[in-house]
Design a protein. Structure first.
Length: 359
């Protein structure tokens, strides 16, 4: 089995998850970490028990490092990914693909020009519950999907003066890009237009809106809506979607996804740890609907079912070690990012934005 050396750029909270995945991969020989600040690099190296540096060139110039994993703040994603691709490394980059459409397009152009491996961290495509919904859609269990609803309410956990709160890049890229990418994945169609609304902020220290109502129309006529608010749920200092789900299930947190089709519907309710599927039939009095499948899972499976960064990384490392192409091509992820940027523009300009403006 071919083993590779890998480097994680940005070894904060998510970088640690990436390091842990690399430690668990049979395809990894050695793991390096990069932090621009020397003392932080040393401290994180000690905590994560990996070799670290604050000199990026040490990583880029090392021919044994074949794979670079980017978990740095959003503003530097594209800059780091472009450097890595130009140095001949395969790249897995956390979402979002930069904070501007220009950066995202530049990155994909460099991947095409260099022929390098580039995949974006849209981990829902590796999370078991979301994959199950995709299987149901692809197997025709709900007929043709026509209407998708996602309600996502959480607490404010980005905090005052953090890079997230100060970022001019909105929560659409930072958080909702996962769910907008999933819309395209499930509806199986490109986006025609997007109209997004935002109300005045409750969280005054954010440099961007704290709420979004994003409406998407697809080329095939289907529609989707994503409703996000980042303050209603009872406060939790940690990631609101892990560890304390039982408490959060009834304190204002919601993460629910419904997809309605011509012949049935399906639901994933994260706080109930439950997937359900309805089937429609032509009854004597009118359309009849019946719940025909319910899947529940245990707390121990939370991460794997709905936040499977670990599984995604194991798979992407394997692809790179075997010399295989990305499973989610960067060009496809760019289309999801265009939807994010179009939604931001829609809010700023208070109008529907056609995707023809992004082609
Ligand atoms: N896929 C997901 O579900 C998911 C979840 C959380 C975070 N993320 C993404 O992971 C990234 C990191 O998030 P986090 O929660 O770990 O943040 P964090 O603040 O905990 O970690 C970021 C790290 O990057 C370091 N850093 C700062 N400037 C840097 C630079 N120029 N180059 C390299 N490193 C630099 C910081 O010192 C810090 O250690 C973000 O892009 C975020 O969107 C993805």
């Amino acid at each position: 089995m071919e083993q590779i050396d890998i480097a994680v750029l940005g070894i904060g909270k998510m970088g640690e998850t990436h390091v842990e995945a690399a430690k668990a991969s049979p395809y990894v020989r050695k793991i390096y970490g990069y932090e621009p600040d020397k003392s932080r690099a040393t401290e994180r190296g000690r905590e994560l028990e990996i070799e670290t540096t604050s000199d990026l060139d040490v990583i880029l110039d090392n021919p044994a490092i074949k794979f670079i994993d980017i978990a740095a703040p959003n503003a530097v994603h594209c800059e780091l990914a472009i450097k890595a691709l130009r140095a001949g490394k395969a790249v897995l980059c956390e979402k979002p693909m930069g904070e501007t459409i220009e950066d995202a397009e530049r990155l994909v152009a460099v991947a095409e020009e260099t022929g390098g491996f580039l995949q974006l961290g849209f981990e829902l495509r590796y999370s078991k519950a979301y994959v199950k919904l995709k299987e149901w859609v692809d197997n025709g269990k709900i007929g043709s999907p026509v209407n998708l609803h996602c309600r996502y309410f959480c607490s404010e956990f980005h905090h005052k003066d953090s890079w997230r709160s100060n970022s001019p890049g909105s929560l659409i890229g930072e958080k909702l890009s996962h769910y907008l990418d999933a819309q395209r994945w499930y509806m199986g169609s490109e986006v025609k237009e997007v109209y997004s609304l935002t109300a005045p902020n409750v969280v005054k220290y954010f440099n961007h809106p704290d709420n979004h109502q994003i409406n998407t129309r697809f080329v095939n006529g289907s529609i989707a809506t994503l409703n996000f608010v980042m303050y209603i749920a009872e406060s939790d200092p940690s990631d609101p979607l892990l560890d304390v789900m039982e408490k959060q299930a009834d304190d204002g947190h919601f993460l629910q996804l419904y997809i309605m089709g011509t012949e049935g519907a399906m639901e994933f309710d994260i706080f109930k740890r439950r997937l359900r599927r309805w089937q429609f039939s032509d009854g004597e009095l009118g359309i009849e609907s019946k719940i025909v499948e319910t899947i529940t899972y245990d707390k121990a499976e939370d991460t794997e079912q709905m936040h499977n960064v670990h599984g995604q990384n194991l798979r992407v490392i394997e692809l790179v070690a075997k010399g295989l192409p990305p499973e989610n091509p960067a060009k496809d992820s760019l289309m999801s990012m265009k939807l994010c940027f179009a939604a931001e523009r829609s809010e700023k300009e208070q109008r529907a934005v056609s995707m023809t403006e992004y082609c």
